[in-house]
Design a protein around this ligand. Structure first.
Ligand code: FAD
Length: 333
């Protein structure tokens, strides 16, 4: 009697391995272009296996063309439908679940932005798996690194869930470069009926300055700025340095500036080449959002301010004297 054993050849093994570890990145975009954190997410996803991307939106084919050119992307899936207006988690979740079912993705990643933070917990709950939030490292296909306690401790976790649902901290991974040539096809067609939420409108702050989370230079003001008008000092300096302007939560809570400028544990996470903290004391919740910056400069009139403990360069001076002087010096160049 002959017994036929299944012994995959090398090609079959490689195919199986790839299928087993295929990864889906949810693309964040505004229907015109992708949001930079997606490029960092693609880099993270590349560490896990073959990368496909899902572009869900309304009249968003331009985004598909852009994503196809990102290095490391194999396939782009498009779901173009009015129901995805506003990118509501309630509408996107059934699509993501159907896409996962059809392609057997083992990992689903999205940037840890407002979109990712609202979407992943919902998808995870529907799939009955645990979401893995804001990873900063990948050890292997099951093991991920993230910070806890406002960045004061680093946790390595192993997930045994069959599908890993992950948000990625953009600043922890390089942005994927352009130069790829992925294929594209339609995502599974799903009859999405979102009766739970409705997109009404959105108001986005417009600025000619670089976007906070991807800017190479960030200048942030704190309670020491005293009021919103004084932030003009920072805008003037920022415009000379092609910098983005951020703020501490105290400055936001006091109404000096809008809350999309907040940096920290409950705001945005940034890691620019240069971070200039002006009139900011350096509370741990603020440091959680900027301490990975490559060079940190602090301007504070209090020599004991904790921000000086993380600063590479510190200037103990009144900001109302220091900042205009800096602007004048930079203008001379
Ligand atoms: C759960 C939780 C989450 C939080 N999340 C965040 C967050 O995401 N981001 C965040 O920033 N904070 C956050 N906070 C708040 C945080 O604890 C601090 O209260 C806040 O960061 C303080 O902001 P600040 O440094 O601007 O103000 P302050 O601590 O009041 O510091 C102002 C600084 O300005 C200096 N100063 C004043 N005048 C001048 C001058 N003329 N020239 C030079 N220096 C001057 C002072 O010496 C002082 O050091 C959070 C808190 C909690 C509890």
């Amino acid at each position: 009697m002959f017994v036929r054993c299944f012994k995959p050849n090398l090609r079959e093994s490689v195919l199986f391995f790839h299928r087993f570890k295929s990864t889906l990145v949810i693309v964040e975009h505004d229907n015109q272009k992708l949001v930079p954190i997606t490029l960092n997410t693609i880099t993270a996803a590349s560490k896990l296996g073959e990368v496909s991307c899902l572009v869900a939106g309304t009249k968003c084919t331009k985004v598909v063309e852009e994503v196809k050119k990102v290095n490391g992307v194999k396939k782009v899936l498009l779901a173009d439908n009015d129901v995805f207006k506003g990118f509501l988690p309630e509408a996107l979740t059934p699509l993501i679940i159907a896409t996962q079912k059809q392609f057997n993705f083992t990992h689903i990643l999205v940037g840890a932005s407002s979109l990712g933070k609202s979407l992943i917990p919902r998808v995870a709950a529907k799939m009955d798996v645990a979401p893995i939030s804001e990873i900063i490292g990948i050890k292997d296909k099951d093991t991920f690194v993230r910070t806890i306690y406002a960045g004061n401790a680093v946790l390595t976790l192993k997930s045994r869930d069959p599908v890993k649902l992950i948000t990625v901290r953009g600043t922890a991974f390089e942005a994927a470069a352009m130069g790829g040539s992925a294929s594209s096809e339609n995502a599974p067609s799903v009859d999405v009926k979102n009766t739970l939420s409705e997109f009404i409108s959105q108001q986005l702050s417009k600025s000619d300055r670089p976007e906070l989370t991807s800017a190479r230079v960030v200048i942030s003001g704190g309670r020491g700025m005293k009021n919103g008008e004084n932030f003009k000092l920072l805008y003037d300096l920022a415009d000379k340095m092609n910098a983005a302007v951020g703020a501490s939560r105290a400055a936001v809570d006091a109404g000096f500036v809008p809350n999309d400028m907040q940096i920290g544990q409950t705001g945005k996470i940034v890691a620019p080449d240069l971070y200039i903290a002006v009139g900011i004391s350096g509370a741990i919740q603020h440091l959680a959002g900027m301490k990975d910056s490559k060079v940190i400069v602090a301007i504070n009139k209090d020599p004991e301010a904790p921000i000086f403990q993380v600063a590479d360069f510190g200037l103990v001076q009144d900001l109302f004297k220091a900042v205009p002087e800096m602007t004048a010096l930079v203008s001379k160049k």
